[in-house]
Write a protein that binds this ligand. Structure first.
Ligand code: CUA
Length: 334
C-alpha cells in the first residue's frame, strides 16, 4: 500500500517534470548568447531552473496525489485526523533547500567574479551617456570617437562608463552584462564577445522623455576587420565630413531628425529646416545654430515648451567640433 503510494507520487512527479521542462526548453526565453559572460550567466539560469523544476515537480506530485487520495465526500463535515509533526521530514526539508540555495549562491559568486575579469589583453572603451544618447571613445586607439559601438570578437573589453546627467543603464541583451552609469561615479563592466554580428545597446534605466529611444547600434567584427575599422576612423572616418562625424559621435540623432544623417529622433526639433527657422527669427543661421547648441534653453523652437537638450555641449565639444557641426547643419539648405 505504501509502496503503491510512492509509485503513484513518483509517476505524477515525472509527468509534471516533463511538462515543465518542455515549457523551459521549447520557449526561447533568452537570446542566443554572444559573449563569454552571457554563457556563464545562462549556465547559472539553467542550474537554478533545473533545481526549481525538481522541487516544483515534487511539491505538485504530493499535492495532486493528496487531493485525489484524501478528498472527503461533499457531505462529510467531520474533522480530519489529527497529525503530529514528523521530525525526520522537517530536518530533510530544511537541510535540502539550504544546500540548494547555498549552491546557487556559491555558483553565482564564482560567475560574478569570473565575469569581472577582462583577461590578459583587454581593450578599454569609454562610454558616455547623456539624455538621450550614447557616445564611445577608444583610448587604446588614439582616442577615436564613435556614436556606434564597434568591438572586436574574442577579446575582453573593459567599458569605463560615465553619465553626464542622470542614471542610465548599459545593456546589450545577447551579452548579458548590465551596469548603471551614475553621475559623479565611474562604473565599469567587462564583455568578451564570442560571435560577430550586429546587436543593440539599450538603456534600461528610466532616464526621461527619450528613454525608450536611447539605443545605439553595436557591431562585433573579426579582429582584422576591427583593425581596419580603427584605421579608417583614424584617417578621419569614411564619411569625410567632420560635421557628420560630430553629429554621430555626439549622439544628436538620438533626439533630432536630420535627413542628411538619416536620423529620425523626435525628442527635439527637426533639424532639416534649421536655416528657415533662423531666417524666420531674423538671425544669421550659423549664429542661430551655434547658440542653440551651446545654450539650448535660450530660444525654444516652436512647439517645444521646454528644452531637454544637455546644456554642456559648449564644454564637451571643442570649438572646431562645434564649428564643423554648425557648418554641417546649415549647409543642408532645403
Ligand atoms: Cu538613458 Cu534610459
Amino acid at each position: 500500500m505504501r509502496r503503491g503510494a510512492i509509485v503513484r507520487i513518483a509517476g505524477i512527479g515525472i509527468v509534471v517534470a516533463i511538462l515543465v521542462t518542455l515549457v523551459a526548453v521549447l520557449i526561447p526565453w533568452l537570446p542566443t548568447p554572444a559573449s563569454q559572460e552571457m554563457d556563464r550567466i545562462e549556465f547559472v539560469y539553467w542550474f537554478a531552473t533545473v533545481i526549481s523544476i525538481a522541487i516544483f515537480s515534487l511539491v505538485m506530485a504530493v499535492i495532486i496525489y493528496s487531493v485525489m487520495t484524501f478528498r472527503s465526500p461533499p457531505e462529510d463535515e467531520s474533522d480530519g485526523p489529527s497529525i503530529h509533526g514528523h521530525t525526520g521530514l522537517e530536518i530533510a526539508w530544511t537541510i535540502v533547500p539550504a544546500i540548494l540555495v547555498i549552491s546557487i549562491g556559491v555558483l553565482s559568486a564564482v560567475v560574478l567574479s569570473q565575469n569581472s575579469s577582462a583577461g590578459t589583453n583587454p581593450l578599454t572603451v569609454k562610454v558616455f551617456a547623456q539624455q538621450f544618447a550614447w557616445r564611445f571613445e577608444y583610448p587604446d586607439n588614439e582616442g577615436i570617437k564613435s556614436g556606434e559601438l564597434v568591438l572586436p570578437v574574442d577579446r575582453g573589453i573593459t567599458f569605463e562608463m560615465e553619465s553626464a546627467d542622470v542614471i542610465h543603464s548599459f545593456w546589450i541583451p545577447e551579452m548579458g552584462q548590465k551596469q548603471d552609469l551614475v553621475p559623479g561615479i565611474e562604473t565599469s563592466i567587462v564583455i568578451t564577445p564570442t560571435r560577430t554580428g550586429t546587436f543593440t545597446l539599450v538603456c534600461t534605466e528610466l532616464c526621461g522623455l527619450g528613454h525608450a529611444t536611447m539605443r545605439a547600434p553595436v557591431r562585433v567584427l573579426s579582429q582584422p576587420d576591427f583593425a581596419a575599422w580603427v584605421k579608417e576612423q583614424q584617417a578621419g572616418g569614411s564619411k569625410g565630413d567632420p560635421g557628420a562625424a560630430v553629429f554621430a559621435s555626439a549622439g544628436c540623432g538620438g533626439c533630432h531628425a536630420f535627413t542628411p544623417a538619416g536620423t529620425n529622433g523626435a525628442i527635439g526639433p527637426n533639424l532639416d529646416n534649421v536655416t528657415a527657422s533662423a531666417e524666420k527669427a531674423g538671425q544669421d543661421s550659423a549664429a542661430y545654430v551655434k547658440e542653440s547648441i551651446v545654450d539650448p534653453a535660450k530660444v525654444l523652437a516652436p512647439g517645444f515648451a521646454s528644452s531637454n537638450m544637455p546644456k554642456d555641449f559648449g564644454d564637451s565639444l571643442s570649438t572646431e567640433e562645434i564649428d564643423a557641426l554648425v557648418t554641417y547643419l546649415t549647409a543642408a539648405k532645403q
